[in-house]
Ligand binder design. Structure first.
Ligand code: HEM
Length: 443
């Protein structure tokens, strides 16, 4: 069976206009044309899987035929190197085994104090009535979570160094989307591309210098990097270059995703004062004062369900790709070797046959048991199978701790009446989301 082509592709740029103008609507409309639908990313044909069971086949059951690769990973692979998120299946098992200890359940609580300190620092300047640039502030927070858990020493280097690292990460993430939809763009002699190469070089140099320093003194600083430098029981360990690739991967995979999930959840709460008040009360009952840490995250069931619904309706990793490494078939459709396959959590989580009235933000879809683990639900925000997000628990803990801490003290009000627009590039983010802070007054 041949694959249906989505209508409206323009020579050379393909479906780029639709992806830039109305990305969510475009992606969500694809199931109208079939179970597997061809779109054009520039001149590259890419097959989009439109049914959750087919996405499961690609990601879980037949992940050997549908390997890492395809337009998204070909573009980010340029700076992620052979990091865990972009390496092909062949080297993945070894790499995941070496990286996993850093994300072990028992290790994660030791990162908790770092998070509480960062939260205090970033929000101590907040004042009643002030308008916050939500995505920017959440990015600053998430950046600190990841950087300080990764490299204990970087916090001491000051705000200017932090700003430089954040700018480099943002430049790379922005550049990745352009390179995905227009693969030839990176070869043009443009200031934009020089800026991109400079950002990559500076980030690499800074990480390499830190890794060399850790190797020299061999001390365990209690951070992620100390774990990555270690060796397993067979004496196997990551090379300097592999460690650098992991560090860049954690920056790219962990900062923007956490920040955008926080921003979307705050946005939905700003528009539902009843839910917002219920969550604030839930937090106040469980933890009236003092710092909130990872041990408390199980005490906020309503908040957890709210984050689940936010991740359903606005999955920030809204698409990722694979590459068929042999001629194969999917639901009776012929898939030639080398074809890019696109899985979109946004598309799958907006199917009306999976979630009734999918455009409605409804916390009641989630029972307390399901909460952020999405048991049995056709949910893909963290991926599935062998390549599922390694930082999922770390991210969820940080998100719950951050929201509980903020909502206990602040209510956020929308500045505009209508819905915020989405920016869907490498990530799905609320565009220019500004919210007004109101200090809560407890009776
Ligand atoms: C809300 C926050 C996050 C979301 C929504 C998210 C989403 C995802 C998704 C969808 C994948 C799978 C992509 C695929 O199958 O191609 C993934 C993989 C990955 N994520 Fe996350 N992520 C988040 C936070 C983090 C954090 C905080 C880190 C690290 C500090 C991280 C590190 C990784 C890595 C290393 C992989 C590759 C895993 C592998 O292939 O073995 N992520 N993430």
């Amino acid at each position: 069976m041949t694959v249906t082509h989505a209508p409206g592709a323009v020579p050379l740029i393909g479906h780029l206009p639709q992806l830039l103008r109305a990305p969510e609507q475009f992606i969500a409309s694809l199931p109208e044309h079939g179970d597997v639908v061809q779109i054009m990313l520039g001149t590259q044909p890419t097959y989009v899987v439109c049914r959750p069971d087919l996405a499961e086949q690609v990601l879980v059951n037949r992940n050997r035929v549908f390997d890492k690769g395809g337009p998204f990973f070909d573009s980010v692979g340029e700076f992620l190197g052979d990091g865990l998120a972009s390496c092909p299946d062949a080297g993945h098992t070894r790499m995941r085994r070496l990286v996993q200890p850093a994300f072990r359940r028992t290790r994660i609580p030791s990162y908790s104090d770092t998070i509480a300190d960062q939260l205090t620092e970033v929000t101590e300047g907040w004042r009643d009535g002030q308008v916050v640039n939500t995505v920017h502030d959440m990015q600053q927070l998430s950046m600190r979570f990841v950087v300080n858990t990764m490299f204990a020493g970087w916090a001491a280097e000051g705000a200017e160094a932090e700003q430089r690292t954040r700018a480099a990460v943002e430049t790379l993430v922005r550049g990745a989307f352009v390179r995905m939809v227009l693969p030839w763009f990176g070869r043009l002699p443009l200031p934009n591309n020089w800026h991109y190469s400079g950002a990559k070089r500076r980030l690499y140099e800074r990480i390499d210098a830190t890794v060399a320093e850790y190797r020299r003194d061999g001390a365990d600083r209690g951070d992620l990097l100390s774990m990555l430098i270690g060796r397993d029981e067979n004496g196997d360990g990551l090379s300097d270059e592999e460690i650098r690739d992991q560090a860049v991967t954690f920056f790219i995979a962990g900062i923007g995703t956490t920040a955008a999930t926080l921003s979307w959840t705050l946005y939905f709460l700003s528009r539902d004062s009843t839910l917002d008040a219920q969550i604030a009360e839930e937090v106040r009952q469980a933890r009236p004062t003092g710092p909130i840490g990872y041990d408390d995250t199980g005490s906020f069931p309503l908040l957890r369900r709210t984050v689940s619904e936010s991740m359903r309706i606005k999955p920030v990793a809204w698409m990722y790709t694979r590459k068929a490494i042999a001629d194969t078939e999917l639901a009776g459709h012929r898939i030639p070797s080398g074809m890019g396959i696109l899985v979109s959590p946004y598309l799958l989580q907006h199917r009306a046959d999976a979630f009734a009235d999918p455009e409605r933000f409804d916390v009641c879809r989630w029972s307390e048991q399901e909460d952020v683990r999405f048991r049995g639900a056709p949910m893909f925000p963290f991926g599935k199978g062998a390549r599922r997000c390694i930082g999922d628990e770390f991210a969820i803990n940080n998100i719950i701790v951050t929201l509980a801490t903020l909502l206990r003290r602040w209510r956020l009000e929308p500045m505009i009446k209508g819905p915020v627009t989405s920016s869907a590039r490498s990530m799905l983010e609320p565009k220019a989301l500004r919210l007004r802070l109101r200090a809560r007054r407890w009776a």
